[in-house]
Design a binder for this molecule. Structure first.
Ligand code: UTP
Length: 409
């Protein structure tokens, strides 16, 4: 562990000395834990919030054609057969990204614990397991399910799923791992204190999932079990199809190293990232990076060129993931609500954003891959994200879509 002198030196280097403001008031144990945290925190990234805009520089964007519904329908049987074969052979694993804080939803519990039921209990985690069970039944094989949590929600997630008997899933096929945390700062890049002896930290984004899986020793399991594909998906889409055999089969048959589920945008300015090529490699342009020119561009058929939005459901080939595991991902600096201690040392839970979190994102992994199959899905059947309490992408809109898909609430 660092000594106080070493901590002071490190903090001085990054202009973060203020985090020791209450040091003398702390117990020995609290002092130790603060020093440990200071040692473990990467502070070199914090100053980059001053040049946020420059971070987002993109290369040359050109269209990447998606596999669209008619082609999928024409080949559904063959794709599905290939996918089922791979799943039955144990070659496909699923990775649930559930380390986020879900601050927009405003519940202190892990998002997956949210009850979307009306006349009965129906949790988000339960919806996801139910969807995966369809595949388990079709393939007559269990699919390894890796669940990423963070320091902030690990205990709650694990005990909730245990308590509910994994909603009928086979516990031997469920594996938890924790992601890393990053410090959160004010708009000047100064780390907030969450408690007198604790830096404010938040999960460091969903981009580190494979690194974290490896750190947790789960790559050994992946190799031992012969898992060749990992289907990464977000916790908050209750219609998410996981390890979808047709999608798996299409990606395999097209010889792509990644598949990305996409939906046709419902308006040119819809707030989803669109799939494209960037400097000739697959990539995603975030909606806030989409220029008017790109928004209105047409492909060679005269159709909108950047019209397929990603829904955070990607199928990665494991050997390529191993190839890129050492590569760093670009940093995203995001405005969020960060609990902090005010000048008087009182804990505050802000109602509006008050600073930055530093994240890496899974979508940036796509650009490190040689090939990617954008695979169109029907929005009403597969995309019901719960981000907000009301309005767009909310509990309300997801409930309506669940009902539309025959799920009793
Ligand atoms: P979001 O981008 O919606 O972030 O996550 P969030 O933190 O959950 O929600 P807000 O913005 O605070 O309201 C998309 C997916 O990535 C996961 C989330 O759990 C969700 O499944 N995620 C996000 C992580 O696993 N780790 C992270 O650090 C961030």
């Amino acid at each position: 562990m660092m000594t106080l002198a070493q901590a002071k030196e490190k903090l001085a280097q990054y202009g973060q000395e203020h985090v020791l403001k209450y040091y003398d008031e702390l117990s020995e144990k609290e002092k130790e834990s603060l020093l440990t945290q200071i040692e473990a925190t990467d502070m070199s990234i914090l100053s980059s919030c001053k040049n946020r805009e420059e971070l987002a520089k993109k290369g040359v964007i050109t269209p990447l054609a998606a596999m669209q519904l008619p082609e999928i329908e024409a080949n559904r049987e063959a794709f599905t057969a290939t996918g089922i074969e791979a799943i039955r052979a144990g070659k496909v694993g699923a990775v649930l990204l559930a380390g986020g804080m879900g601050t927009r939803l405003g519940s202190d519990n892990p998002k997956g614990m949210y009850n979307v039921g009306i006349t009965r209990e129906l949790y988000i985690f339960e919806c996801l397991v139910n969807n995966l069970m369809d595949v388990v039944r079709a393939a007559d094989a269990w699919v390894h399910l890796f669940v990423m949590t963070s320091d902030k929600n690990h205990e709650a997630t694990v005990s909730f799923l245990k308590e509910h008997d994994y909603f009928g899933y086979n516990a031997e096929y469920v594996h938890f791992f924790m992601q890393e945390m990053a410090a959160a700062t004010d708009y000047e890049g100064k780390i907030y204190l969450e408690e007198k002896g604790k830096l404010s930290t938040s999960p460091n984004g969903n981009g580190g999932w494979f690194v974290s899986m490896q750190k947790a020793g789960l790559l050994d399991l992946v190799k031992k079990e012969g898992i060749e594909w990992l289907n990464v998906f977000a916790v908050d889409n209750v219609l998410q199809r996981i390890a979808d055999p047709c999608f798996v089969g299409a990606t395999i048959q097209k010889n792509c190293v990644v598949g990305a589920k996409v939906v046709r945008k419902n308006a040119p300015d819809e707030k989803v990232g669109v799939i494209c090529l960037e400097d000739g490699r697959p990539s995603i342009v975030e909606y806030y990076e989409l220029t008017d020119e790109l928004m209105n561009a047409k492909d060679e058929n005269g159709d909108p060129a950047y019209y397929f939005g990603v829904i955070l459901n990607y199928l990665f080939r494991v050997p390529e993931l191993i190839d890129i595991v050492e590569n760093s991902l670009p940093l995203h600096i995001v405005e969020k609500k960060i609990p902090y201690l005010n000048e008087a040392g009182e804990a505050v839970k802000p109602e509006t954003p008050n600073g930055y979190k530093f994240e890496s994102l899974v979508l940036d992994m796509i650009h490190q891959m040689q090939s990617c199959l954008p695979y169109e899905v029907v929005r009403e059947r597969e995309f019901a994200p719960i981000k907000n309490k009301t309005g767009v992408d909310s509990v309300e809109s997801a409930r309506a879509l669940l009902v539309k898909n025959g799920v009793e609430l």
